[in-house]
Design a protein around this ligand. Structure first.
Ligand code: PLP
Length: 400
């Protein structure tokens, strides 16, 4: 059996999305910026797709939703343009990010830090959450931007975006949120609270890879990161990725339609699966499930290297992760587990299971069975996990 439980890394392209994109490779392939019928025939389709994308986050017509090549580009754009417009010019000298942002924020923050910007990395608490008060405490009159993700890719932890947005509005600081892990998992209505910039990426909600977006509130438009032919209303140069835009539009529409299912059925399946996993001795989950996206579990199995567990799972046809896919070639401790101050033993044992609307109960039952066998096998050979005198395994410290 093959089971894909790594949907926070990427998702399968929904067949309807694929079908919607297909004509734009071989038939309707014109460059939308050309001045002939090949271009013109793409226009109504792009317009419809853009309307679906705007509707998906409830952006206003006058706001800008700019299509990018990925969320990494959108995140780089926000931080680098804020650096050019506000820091380099001397108007401000400081930005705030959380310490558990995706590498596309952290690495960019470190880059602009190396160029002279002061950066505060907000810590998470022992539930893996950011506290809005810590944003307030760190804002100065020289702070240009706060960037805090909507939901964390590793734990699924949902951050207090509404409260942070309100603090930024009050303090007149720009607010960006990376909503990559929130779209399709949580209701997103940017009119209900203060967000100046919002990042998302199609491949995380059953759309194609290589297409993302940056929402910019009217009046808060940033200078372009990519200069050139001034496509996308001058906000981002580069020939439009027409199939990508069509695919993201369709995927967004479907994500909105499937949201109730995600928040009820998928959540229930996740909760049941998690309950069963937690019955295994010495297992540990950081963030309470009601404070998490409905599809995600980050669970530690004391005494078992995450990578060894992945190996066993992979041999049984199951795809999971030890955290961010971008970092999983390194045998490093899980960064969120490190950030909450989990001891080494636990930080190296975290496995992330992320479900999607395509996940079935049968797949989860099979995975549970494989996990139980892998835990027994790996603890048997583990040097950091010891036998209790009665022959039962017991962890080094108390379990979950
Ligand atoms: N932000 C978050 C929270 C993510 O989980 C990811 C992907 O893992 C990204 C940004 C980067 O997305 P992309 O692959 O579109 O660059």
């Amino acid at each position: 059996m093959k089971v894909y439980l790594d949907n926070n890394a990427t998702t399968l392209v929904d067949p309807h999305v694929f079908e919607a994109m297909e004509p734009f490779f071989v038939q309707k392939y014109g460059n939308p910026n050309s001045l002939h019928a090949f271009a013109g025939e793409t226009h109504p389709h792009i317009k419809t797709a853009m309307e679906k994308i705007y509707a998906g986050i409830n952006a206003k017509k006058e706001d800008s939703v700019v299509i990018t090549s990925c969320a990494t580009e959108s995140n780089n754009w926000v931080l680098k343009s804020v650096y050019f417009e506000y820091i380099l010019t001397g108007r401000k000298n400081h930005i705030i990010v959380s310490e558990v942002e995706h590498p596309s924020i952290i690495a960019t923050a470190k880059f602009i830090e190396s160029m002279g910007c002061r950066v505060t990395y907000l810590p998470i608490n022992n539930e893996g959450l950011i506290e809005a008060q810590s944003v307030r405490d760190n804002i100065t009159n020289k702070t240009a931007l706060v960037s805090v993700m909507w939901a964390n890719n590793e734990t699924g932890a949902i951050f207090p975006i509404e409260e942070i947005g309100a603090i930024c509005e009050e303090k007149k600081v720009l607010f960006h949120t990376d909503a990559v892990q929130a779209i399709g998992k949580l209701p997103i209505n940017i009119q209900t609270f203060n967000v100046d910039y919002l990042t998302f990426s199609a491949h995380k909600f059953h759309g194609p890879k290589g297409v993302g977006a940056l929402y910019m509130k009217k009046g808060k438009e940033l200078m372009p990161l990519l200069h050139g032919g001034a496509q996308m209303g001058g906000h981002r140069s580069g020939t439009l990725n027409v199939p990508g835009i069509i695919g993201m539009g369709k995927a967004m529409e479907q994500a909105v339609d499937a949201l109730d299912f995600e928040m009820s059925e998928i959540r229930e399946m996740r909760d049941h699966f998690e309950d069963e996993l937690l019955k295994i001795e010495d297992t540990f989950v950081v963030t309470p499930r009601e404070k998490r996206t409905p599809n995600t579990i980050l669970i530690s199995f004391r005494g078992i290297e995450g990578e060894s567990m992945l190996w066993d799972l992979n041999r049984a046809g199951i795809g999971a992760s030890t955290g961010s896919a971008c970092a999983s070639e390194d045998l490093e401790a899980n960064s969120v587990m490190e950030a909450i101050g989990a001891d080494e033993d636990l930080a190296h044992t975290a496995i992330r299971f992320s479900l999607s609307r395509y996940t079935t109960q049968e797949e989860l039952d099979y995975t549970l069975d494989v996990v139980k066998k892998a835990v027994a096998r790996l603890r048997e050979i583990s040097s950091s996990y010891s036998y209790a005198p009665d022959g039962h395994k017991s962890g080094l410290t108390a379990g979950h």
